[in-house]
Design a protein around this ligand. Structure first.
Ligand code: NAD
Length: 378
């Protein structure tokens, strides 16, 4: 069973981080700010990476370092295993951790194949262990409030939604680790950079994808997978979603936005070179258009206080808090195991459609993996 240590004041949930690269620093910063979490160890096959990570946030210099994740899980028996290794390794580590009684903070994408994602989802159902996915956009301020209102029908019927993720990455980024941009361990701009935006859009629109049609291209980056992808989804409620995801844009000018359009309103949120923007409008019964930005900002402050705005700077803070509450109160995290499975299924449906040149029905009936895309651009 997973270990929970106690100090004088409260029970703490023990955590280990497996994989000490770029994203692990966001995890460590989040853990350092939450009193009910206790980091017991970090794991990396490269001890220098572990050292660098522990030196990046004050107070962790003496944390135990392992190079073998199985030894760390077996000895520490942590309540939470944070999986921050290259995506192609998520499945084996997530499975081992759950089979040994740990809850997961699992980075996106959950796995690289539909069958593996289903297995991890079913394991969480069977064991009752919680999985919070690294789907950071669900944890941004205001998003949850807007979703509740859409779900309650305050904006009427959802017609369609759009996202663009123009998250430029240059060759230096792709060369920084051998797994980046490969079909086996990463996928391209859609699977890596766009998956959490797709997850968010579908979640906001309140229905599951039933059809995907897509094209992908490799325009300028020297990688195996796509640096540009465009797709259309049809959801079970009949609404359409349009997706653009790319890393073939200027790295210092990151842009991302999602919009949802409804019978009685529309909303857009996004980032442009680090600057956030928000536009939420509704049509009142008298036909007048009302901007609701102020309403949501005040409501967020009342319900989530400053903490929710801190999550805008590091959404992993929100994920860890949510996961802790989910474990203690035995409830589902906001970005749960189903979200992990469903987004992988949608992404692989998009790849399958691009490969086969026709729309594909979702959820996929047969297994499909990113490896099935090998040689696509040759
Ligand atoms: N949610 C987000 O916002 C977000 C952001 C970036 C990355 N990610 C995801 O996080 C994961 C890691 O991405 P990154 O950019 O931090 O990668 P990275 O290459 O910077 O770091 C990965 C680390 O894992 C280590 N590693 C490799 N194999 C290992 C093993 N068997 N055991 C232990 N450690 C091992 C590597 O040595 C490296 O230090 C990916 O799945 C990526 O998609 C999520």
């Amino acid at each position: 069973m997973a270990e929970t240590t106690t100090n004088a004041a409260q029970a703490k949930l023990t955590v280990i981080i497996i994989g000490c690269g770029r994203v692990a620093e966001k995890h460590l910063k989040a853990i350092s700010k939450l009193d009910n979490l206790e980091l017991k160890a970090v794991v990396d096959v490269n001890p220098e990476s572990a050292k660098r990570l522990l030196g990046s946030v004050k107070g962790f210099a003496n944390t135990k370092v392992y190079s073998d994740y199985k030894a760390a899980i077996d000895e520490v028996k942590p309540s939470i295993v944070s999986v921050t290794v290259p995506s192609g390794l998520h499945f084996q580590i997530a499975k081992y951790a759950m089979e040994h009684g740990s809850n997961l903070l699992l980075e996106k994408p959950m796995t690289m194949s539909v069958s593996e994602a289903r297995e991890i989802f079913e394991l969480s159902q069977k064991t009752g262990l919680k999985i919070a996915m690294g789907h950071i956009y669900r944890y941004l301020p205001i998003v949850g409030l807007v979703r509740e209102d859409i779900a309650e029908g305050k904006y009427g019927k959802v017609t369609h939604g759009t996202i663009y993720v123009r998250w430029g990455h240059n060759e230096a980024y792709y060369n920084s680790a051998a797994w980046r941009g490969t079909w086996k361990s990463d996928g391209g701009a859609l699977m890596n950079q766009t998956i959490h935006a797709i997850d968010l859009l579908v979640w906001l629109m309140g229905s599951e994808p039933e059809m995907a049609e897509a094209m992908i291209a490799r325009r300028i980056r020297n990688i195996e997978a796509e640096d540009l992808g465009m797709a259309v989804l049809r959801l079970e409620n009949g609404a359409l979603a349009q997706i653009e995801g790319t890393t073939a844009t200027i790295p210092s000018k990151h842009m991302a936005e999602f919009s949802v359009f409804c019978e009685n309103g529309q909303l857009s949120m996004g980032l442009d070179s680090g600057k956030p923007h928000l536009n939420i409008f509704t049509i009142r019964p008298d036909g007048k258009i009302k901007k609701l930005n102020g309403y949501y900002i005040r409501k967020q402050f009342k319900t989530g206080g400053l903490f929710s705005y801190k999550c805008a700077l590091n959404p992993h803070l929100g994920i860890y808090k949510d996961l802790s509450e989910a474990i203690i109160e035995n409830k589902a995290p906001i970005a749960d195991a189903y979200a992990g499975f469903s987004s992988v299924d949608t992404l692989l449906g998009i790849y399958k459609s691009a490969k086969e040149g026709h729309p594909v029905a979702l959820p996929l009936k047969d297994d499909f993996t990113t490896l099935d895309m090998t040689g696509f651009f040759d």
